[in-house]
Design a protein around this ligand. Structure first.
Ligand code: ZN
Length: 278
């Protein structure tokens, strides 16, 4: 009923501690990266987010099925869930490349961004193939003048260079844990980097986020990723907010205000108001 985990802390106690973050009336924030289609109960998670002072959610897709589901969920929550369609490097399937490009090209006009896409040199698809697909997707983002949400692992410089070569005005390097010396270069081009609840335990992510200028920072959860004991839902963007404030030594109010302004500018969200909070 109340099992102890490896640290001898019950799941319940751990989650209750995290509940405190949003019980503390933290200022509202935007979750700029969640896989709503993968949550066991997306509707419950959306309602919880609205009650937990989440201003909005950017919901990302990974393949045609996931994109369809993401668009469907977003259509039921206009002004709160903002969809992105993508083709995740873990989901590449040579039999469906062309179909997926066509799907994204057709549906991108209904979205705030193209994503999640990128390069992952631990994924099964060959590096050369991944790069060709990523290049194609970046061209679609450029054609529609949309920001691109980039996943990259062990290949940050290449991913950054490809985004820049594609001539994209806006990009988000999500869950940034890449080289520290690349951060000022990415920021210098006006691109964004986002923080996740991995700040709770990951010193590399914390060092990176400490180095990201506030003007180029976004908050996210990557829900439903499991961060040690925390199975993330969009409401846990409050955990990210609190941890970012701690890492940077800046107030939660300032972090929330600046990252919300950044998210609105990046995704063109216009005036979303905390009126959604139930
Ligand atoms: Zn993701």
């Amino acid at each position: 009923m109340n099992p102890k985990n490896a640290h001898g802390v019950s799941e319940f106690d751990f989650l209750r501690d995290h509940q405190k973050y949003y019980m503390q009336k933290l200022p509202p924030a935007i979750d700029t990266h969640a896989h709503l289609d993968e949550l066991p109960d997306p509707e419950a998670a959306i309602q919880e987010a609205q009650k937990g002072a989440v201003l909005g959610i950017v919901a990302v897709g990974q393949d045609i099925r996931s994109n369809q589901k993401t668009l469907e969920i977003a259509s039921q929550h206009p002004g709160f869930v903002f969809p992105a369609v993508g083709y995740h490097p873990w989901r590449l399937d040579a039999d469906h490349d062309e179909e997926t490009f066509a799907y994204i090209d057709t549906n991108l006009k209904h979205c705030v961004a193209l994503g999640e896409v990128g390069l992952d040199y631990k994924a099964k698809t060959k590096k050369k193939v991944q790069k060709a697909i990523f290049r194609e997707l970046l061209a679609i983002a450029k054609k529609h003048d949309k920001p691109v949400i980039v996943h990259c692992r062990y290949v940050h410089e290449t991913a950054f260079r490809m985004v820049k070569e594609a001539g994209l005005a806006k990009a988000i390097f999500h869950w940034y844990s890449g080289p520290l010396d690349l951060i000022p270069v990415i920021a210098g081009d006006g691109y964004y980097m986002s923080a996740t609840p991995a700040l709770l335990y990951n010193p590399y992510h914390a060092a990176a986020i400490r180095a990201v200028p506030l003007s180029n920072l976004l908050l996210e959860t990557d829900a439903p990723v499991q961060y040690q004991e925390l199975a993330a839902r969009p409401v846990h963007v409050q955990v990210t907010l609190k941890e970012v404030a701690g890492v940077k030594g800046v107030s939660v109010e300032e972090i929330a205000a600046q990252t919300t302004q950044n998210a609105k500018a990046c995704f063109g969200l216009g005036d979303i108001e905390p009126g959604h909070i139930g």
